[in-house]
Write a protein that binds this ligand. Sequence first.
Ligand code: ADP
Length: 653
Amino acid sequence: MSFRNIQNENYLIQKNFEENRASLQKELEDALEREQAKIFQETKAASLFLYELPKSLLEFGNAASFKDVQGIEAIFLFNNGTLVYPDISSKLLSTGRSFSDTKPTLVEKALFQTEREGGDLQEIQYSRETLPRFPLLQLDGQIQNALGLIRLAYKSKQYNRALRMLIPLENGPSLKGYLHSNLTRSLNLLHFEILVKMKKHQEAEEYCLAVLKQFLQEERIEDIPSTKFFFESAFTQILSFENLSQEKREAFWNLRSNFNRQLGYTDILVKNKDLFQNVLASDPTSKDGISFRSEGNVTLLKMSYPMLSGNQVVIAKINNDTYRERILDKLRIVAQRWNNVPFSITDSRDSLLLGAVPDSANILLQTTFNGIPTWELSLYEKDVGEIRKESRHRMLLMYGLLSFSLITVIFGSFFMLRFIVQEHKLLAMKANFLSSVSHELKTPLTSIKMFAEMMARGRVQKTEKVQEYSGLIGKEASRLENLIGAILNYTRMEHGTGAFKWEKLDFSVCAKKVFEAVEDIGVEKGLSFKTRFEPNVYVMGDYTALYSLAQNLIENAIKYTNAPGDIEINVYNEDDRAVFSVIDTGVGIAASEQKNIFNDFYRVGDEMTRSTKGSGLGLAIVKRVAETHKATISLSSKPGKGSNFTIRFRKVE
Ligand code: ADP
């Protein structure tokens, strides 16, 4: 790799890097704006929902479930400057106090204290007697005593009695103004609990709804903690009623969440009264009527949109953490695609939101996002060493790929060529086979036709001539039969062992049959035979296949041996093998041809072979039969001396 190459490569990478940087910046900006637009859209959809049903959100059976917007903590709806949602806020707002910080008064605790303070039996006794006699309980202490008394009845499970004492206390118009509002809620809760203890679930549910209705009608609520505590306890207990129908459960569930949500939202309003005032009064900063305003940790989103019914304003309190995470999630996806461009996103407090701040790298660009101006995007210069490393890496990769393709091309061409040559050879062999087969078939057919025609025309008169010609016709016909048999055998082998009939057979019997069929041909030719057919040479195999194996080997020995010559045929057992050998003193086979002769259609190109009839299929059949019978073939031969073909089968007992 030359230096100049690296230089060029550096330049290209640097240029590429700059383009990447610009794309990264744009994609981050787009992703941020897209996600924000989605949040705005969801907030608007939620506020429209609230606008449609601000009242029914606290009505039993009508309270629809409310879907939160991820990233938004609270939504407030104003119409022409008046708060529309949460609708209970107005009466709560008048207290001007935040209530989420104060823990609700525990009725249990208060009652326990009362019991302890008024625990003096005598005093309780006294109160019990005085209660019906003095319905106007004007002193707080006396009310505490009365409560203690009710509590005692409640504890001793005298529920009816407890209710009898409680109801006048709760409802008595004359008591109004004397009971502190948290005592009212304590009585409410005790009343509710007694109904639950009496297993009057239906009544308990109705009672809870009645208190809610009363609460919604009240102008001004003084004690929010105890109100909150009452409803929280009542709703939770109702939801745990076993026999509550699915429908009611859902209605109470929605009521509880809407109620809590409204209390929570109201608390936010109370706490940030001034900020809300300011935001309401301010003009929209952007043309689509959307603006943000922050004070301390609180960020409010204002969206104004005119509707037929008036000027609608939505103020949403952002949940800083979830809002940020929601957007960062989208930016992370973008950043993943550009992991080779060093960048960082930090917020106004300089904490890292995304990316990484390199130890020592020049900042190439620093900018804020349009969507969130407190976020700062920094893009850094890429380390020269790193660029070089990257370029080297790319060069190596390039060279690697190049060498790989070269090797593939070379190997590919080599194999292709070999394949073509082989295919070509095979084609030539097949063509040769076809021409020799058709020649072979034609020769006997021509003789048969000629003799038959001669006899048909009545030219042959003499009986011995008729006999001679019909004998010749028969001979030629059987030659034809043999040839066709060989071709059929060959194709049968081609189709595999499926066509075989496997059986245990004596190979001697099979080989002897073959020998007897061809012996005459050999003797006629002037050859002498020596045979050894040992009895009981058992093998597992297909008779027809083994017959053609023996036939091909013996016929070859006869074909390729000139007179006077000897042919030896042996079948015998040797250890765990069944051996069949055909040994001749014929023309022999050159060492270079020995492995070719077993190929389909292959014939040695010498004079002897040319003058001998054959198809080049015989030894191919032998090889296939041997293979399918798991037998081995060994051949030893010397040109001019003779050949020895030995087949070794697995012996079976
Ligand atoms: P073919 O029909 O030509 O005999 P084979 O497949 O039986 O076909 O034999 C392939 C070639 O092997 C023959 O053409 C011949 O040249 C040679 N060959 C086969 N057997 C002998 C043998 N016993 N002695 C010499 N050559 C043989």
